[in-house]
Design a protein around this ligand. Sequence first.
Ligand code: TXA
Ligand code: MG
Length: 319
Amino acid sequence: MAPIGRADRAEDRARAAALLRQGELVAFPTETVYGLGADATNGAAVAAIFAAKQRPAFNPLIAHLADAGAVGDFALWNDMARALADAFWPGALTLVLPRRPDCAIALIASAGLDSVALRVPSHPDAHALLAAVKRPIAAPSANRSGRISPTTAEHVNQELGDRVALILDGGPCEIGLESTVVGFQSGRPVLLRPGGISKERLQAAVGAVAAGSDSADRPSAPGQLASHYAPGKALRLNAAAAGPGEVLLGFGPDFTEGHNLSPKGDLIEAAARLFAELRLLDREPGAAIAVAPIPDEGLGRAINDRLRRAAAPRPPSSA
Ligand code: TXA
Ligand code: MG
């Protein structure tokens, strides 16, 4: 079981903020559900979220901000997004926006996508924590994969008590349902996940909101999530070495040439670097990327899931 602090006590929040800045996981209350938080700019800390949730695949996480003024540091606004933020922030709305090229939020928090999900929560203690950390906090709901989202500190303790450095207890969550996730297509809002703010309320504020064709959590064809980043180069998995015309992405101490996801064979470090390395290798000369075998355990399962998707043949139009 994890140590529990009081979310409304400044000392406990200061301790939580220090732990987050050191790369530790801290669970904290928001008005929707409890979040499993990590410093969003620290790839290894974000990778630890996936390890703790025991999710066999990476899905993109929400980065929480203290106020809307910080959005421009990480993402590109559009007019509709501004109107939605004006109407519903702070609150149970998440906006998916294009990442700025210099976005400091780790790529693994975006699951390698060119977009990033941002939310300014209204819970006063969540706001105070974000203000103390002075960095965006990546946080999915603080439950194990496939379980329901926790709305009390006790739920979090049952789910993840052995995996977090601290739980901030802020009592039961007011809304008890995750935030509504909205993305944009040609500047028009698209509902990606229903949640705490109804589509009717969104539409009353900004006009028509299109229905997403699929839940953001469950795209109909696995691996075909339209926005998923896929390298331009072909991928060859379980490679012992680079062949002619290939660039190598190694793992572990046996791979001393070329790039290496983790020379010491650490799966959390490998997960933290995966998407950035794929992007880097994509820009190097060579027709294909040869990827070393990754152990299929712990976070290795999510890494292998992502690599298999990236290696799968793609229809030419989805490049
Ligand atoms: O209320 C909430 O949203 C809670 C609290 C802690 O803030 N968080 C939460 O996070 O529910 P999570 O990771 O369980 O859900 C994130 C949702 C998923 O449906 C994910 O697919 C979507 O946001 N999402 C995140 N980034 C995305 C992106 N770049 N493109 C499309 N969907 C994205
Ligand atoms: Mg969840």
